[in-house]
Ligand binder design. Structure first.
Ligand code: A3P
Length: 349
């Protein structure tokens, strides 16, 4: 049985066999496929996608949009710091990033059996405080976001076509700003493997090669990858969209921070940008992040690998066999051909 979303997408239940092959922790109501692209999300995403399609963004919102494991957390902290902590003296910065910058796509995770219909305790606590009388089934993070003062820095793993169609349709002044971050797919895949493997929530049981093949064939959670990137790539010239490659951010952080400064209109001096770069460096964020993650996800999920693993480019070289590299490179070339997406970062030799 399929059902239609307001975005025009069709929702189809993935078969038990398909879900079993994902080799993850059980999802209470299984996994759905959002067609035509075929994105795979936990069932409860369908409870929220229509609400998200009608979401009212504000002109001072910044949405950090990514396919997972492409540098979301890093960019969230950069944007949050530039907007809310440019002098590095805001005491709120000690709060976990996961409680300062909420995720539009987070509520679907409460369908993971492990959570028993709720999200992590500190998020629930904030929800009860900020949204008295709010119903969990209407979306915990969505309601926290509604009740949050601006400028809101939001994280979103959903692609553009599942978001409001008028989001980028009028004059710049009325619209939210979107920072889209992407990354060499081979590094994204390695990052995914370790994230899932170590995650108490997903408990991935597959081996490395299986994980890479599932990511390539669009047969695991969040996939397929390319339609997500291509939708954003098409919008990259919109004055409210800023496209960033993780590799560029890593290679010349100051140059990318200057571009962000222009895009966000934050007007920070070079000295302040230097301080932001330092504050959001991998070493600073991973040091602070371990405790921040612990506060939100609990002790077992607090391993460094969750969101701060190595923070380098080209780690795929330590993981891929020559055969697997060839297979993935063919997949990349096939998907990039006919587009002007640069193979420079996609293959990253
Ligand atoms: P690795 O697993 O390759 O180390 P996301 O936030 O989208 O889940 O992405 C996680 C990836 O970003 C991880 O990559 C993580 O280490 C990296 N990362 C997080 N903070 C970073 C930072 N400040 N600088 C560089 N990379 C960072």
């Amino acid at each position: 049985m399929s059902r239609q979303l307001l975005s025009g997408h069709k929702v189809e239940q993935a078969s038990e066999e398909e879900v079993k092959k994902m080799e993850m922790v059980p999802f209470v109501r299984g996994i759905v496929r959002i067609l035509p692209e075929g994105w795979l999300y936990s069932w409860s995403a369908t409870n929220f996608l229509n609400k998200i399609y009608n979401m009212k963004f504000r002109s001072d919102d910044v949405i950090v949009m990514t396919f997972p494991k492409c540098g979301t957390t890093w960019m969230q902290e950069i944007v949050w710091t530039m907007l809310h902590n440019p002098n590095l003296d805001n005491p709120e910065a000690d709060e976990s990033l996961w409680l300062r910058s909420h995720e539009i796509s987070m509520d679907m995770h409460m369908d993971i059996e492990h959570f028993k219909g709720k999200l992590w305790h500190p998020i629930m606590e904030k929800f009860e405080k900020m949204c008295p009388g709010g119903r969990i089934e209407d979306g915990v993070c969505l309601q926290i976001l509604e009740a949050s003062p601006g400028p809101r820095v939001m994280k979103c793993h959903y692609p553009f076509s599942l978001l409001p169609p008028d989001m980028l349709q009028s004059a710049k002044i009325d619209l939210p700003q979107v920072v889209y971050v992407t990354r060499n797919p081979k590094d994204m895949m390695v990052s995914f493997y370790w994230f899932w493997k170590e995650s108490n929530s997903f408990q991935y049981r597959g081996n490395f090669e299986n994980c890479i093949r599932q990511l390539m064939t669009g047969s695991t959670l969040f996939t397929p990858y390319w339609p997500h990137v291509k939708e954003a790539w098409q919008k990259r010239h919109h004055s409210n969209v800023h496209f960033v490659f993780y590799e560029d951010l890593k290679a010349d952080t100051m140059l990318e921070l200057k571009k962000l400064n222009d895009f966000l209109g934050t007007r920070l001096s070079e000295e302040k940008l230097e301080a932001v770069a330092q504050h959001t460096s991998f070493s600073s964020m991973s040091k602070a992040g371990v405790n921040q993650i612990k506060k939100v996800y609990g002790e077992r999920k607090s391993k460094k690998t969750s969101f701060f693993r190595k923070g380098i480019t080209g780690d795929w070289k330590n993981h891929f066999s020559p055969e697997l590299q060839e297979e993935v490179d063919r997949w990349i070339e096939k998907n990039v051909s006919g587009t002007d997406i640069s193979l420079r970062w996609a293959l990253w030799q």
